[in-house]
Design a binder for this molecule. Structure first.
Ligand code: G4P
Length: 197
């Protein structure tokens, strides 16, 4: 998605060979117009798939997921990382280990909001090692609902998450794919261009 790549080029900060800081538009401060375009793009990519609900994880997945939900006209459910005072119904839980942050979270969603008739689109802000998306997919499948696809705002293609998810048979659509963050520079991966060469 050209607009997103331009935003990453102008406002993203390469912190290390593994980490890109995008807290001016995605992870802390949020750019609503960009989120709107991102939501539209996800909705176009997954149009006609009969999606009934979007599932994401707090906190940075929520903004793009809500905009996609608006365009697909479906509700958006987010997995919680912390116990909620009001979330006391039957819960589906999963353990997610983040290699980037070196922390483990138990995430949960209420069984009330997902059932076997659901066709779920999972959305998240970053895809690194695929731990969060895999955990969300496991939770969906635990109630025999279907994972229709996984929409990612920024995929770090030099890490193995995308491949792991594809190997599991999931359709993964990433709006920006980063091939490397070496020498303080973002290099994007454009598969279609490569195929043409
Ligand atoms: P994984 O799920 O693909 O395995 O990713 P990983 O555990 O490595 O990432 C965990 C957290 O780190 C996620 O945020 C993810 O968005 C974030 N993250 C991973 N790589 C980068 C990066 O290069 N840049 C930035 N800015 N974030 C990255 P989180 O803990 O869920 O936080 P949040 O959603 O509350 O912001």
């Amino acid at each position: 998605m050209r607009l997103l790549e331009e935003k990453i080029n102008t406002d993203g900060i390469v912190i290390s060979e593994n980490v890109l800081k995008v807290d001016s538009f995605l992870n802390h401060q949020i750019d609503p117009k960009l989120m709107n375009e991102i939501g539209k793009e996800f909705a176009e990519l997954f149009a006609g798939e009969g999606i009934t609900k979007i599932l994401t994880i707090e906190s940075s997945g929520i903004a793009p997921a809500v905009m996609a939900g608006l365009y697909l006209d479906v509700p958006v459910l987010f997995a919680r990382k912390r116990k909620s005072l009001t979330l006391f119904e039957d819960l589906i839980t999963a353990t997610v280990h983040s290699f980037t942050k070196n922390e483990t979270n138990e995430i949960s969603i209420s069984k009330k909001y997902i059932n076997e008739d659901d066709r779920i689109l999972i959305i998240d802000d970053f895809l690194a090692n695929g731990q969060a998306a895999s955990a969300l997919a496991r939770m969906v499948e635990e109630v025999n609902a279907q994972v229709v696809g996984i929409g990612i705002v920024i995929e770090k293609s030099f890490q193995d998450g995308a491949q792991i998810l594809k190997d599991h048979g999931y359709r993964v659509e990433s709006l920006a794919r980063i091939a490397s963050l070496t020498n303080g520079e973002v290099t994007f991966k454009h598969e279609k261009m490569e195929e043409l060469v």
